[in-house]
Design a protein around this ligand. Structure first.
Ligand SMILES: C[S@@+](CC[C@H](N)C(=O)[O-])C[C@H]1O[C@@H](n2cnc3c(N)ncnc32)[C@H](O)[C@@H]1O
Length: 225
């Protein structure tokens, strides 16, 4: 059994070209002594710059990606090497987190790490472990993982208890679990196209980090004992 978890369409990216002249962006770059092309797009700082940005509801929330990655990488199932974790961003950049990678708990340090990775365009080492970056669409990622079954999580999916979802798929050969890495909106058509099924685990619209924590725990209970 190979299980992968994919944070899809994650709202993590550097400030795009067309916004680099905006005062809020220039101000932040100046304050942090960084180039305007090497800082993360962040809605809490660049809200006014983002008003006319395409697909803007799925962009500029690196804080959500941070919380979600902490949930994943601190979970026993990940520490045990029983699950592979990937971040696929709104810009079709894919990060593969090597097992045991330590994501900084401090947002300030996470921000620096992501800026270095995205601006450098390849891979970086955090502690002894690597996060590698490549340009890839979600369908390509699913193909490269070799997933035979792709399960999407969405409030709009079929309502099903998580325990049952884990139970039903634990015998699968290679399964990928897909959770959205954005604050608002639903999966794009491209993302939906790779999903074999979509399940809802609550009537609430939950944050990605909560969904990931619960999904991982249910699979962990089946896998680690
Ligand atoms: C903050 S939500 C995105 C907002 C969107 N309104 C929604 O509910 O899908 C982030 C991600 O968490 C997952 N999610 C949120 N609520 C869920 C639910 N009730 N059941 C299953 N997955 C959920 C989905 O993968 C979603 O893309």
């Amino acid at each position: 059994l190979t299980v992968s978890i994919i944070i899809a369409e994650a709202s993590l990216e550097l400030v795009p070209n067309e916004l680099q002249n905006h005062p809020s962006v220039r101000h932040e770059a100046l304050r942090r002594n960084k180039s305007v092309s090497k800082i993360l797009l962040d809605r809490s700082l660049h809200h006014s710059a983002m008003l006319r940005l395409e697909n803007s509801e799925k962009r500029g929330r690196p804080d959500l990606v941070h919380m979600t990655l902490l949930q994943i990488t601190c979970a026993p199932i990940f520490l045990n090497g029983k699950i592979n974790a990937y971040v696929h961003t709104v810009n079709n950049e894919v990060m593969e987190l090597e097992n045991a990678v330590r994501i900084p708990k401090s947002y300030f340090r996470f921000q620096g790490l992501m800026e270095k990775l995205l601006a450098g365009g390849r891979s970086i080492t955090e502690g002894k472990n690597l996060i590698s970056l490549s340009k890839m669409t979600l369908p390509r990622l699913v193909q490269s993982i070799g997933a035979r079954k792709v399960i999407g999580f969405s409030r709009l999916g079929q309502k099903k208890p998580l325990e049952l979802i884990a139970e039903e798929n634990i015998g699968a050969e290679n399964v990928a679990l897909v959770v959205g890495g954005f604050a608002k909106g639903t999966f794009s058509n491209e993302t939906s196209s790779v999903l074999d099924c979509k399940y809802s685990i609550s009537n609430y619209s939950l944050d990605s980090h909560v969904v990931c924590a619960r999904v991982l725990y249910e699979f962990e209970k089946k896998i680690l004992r």
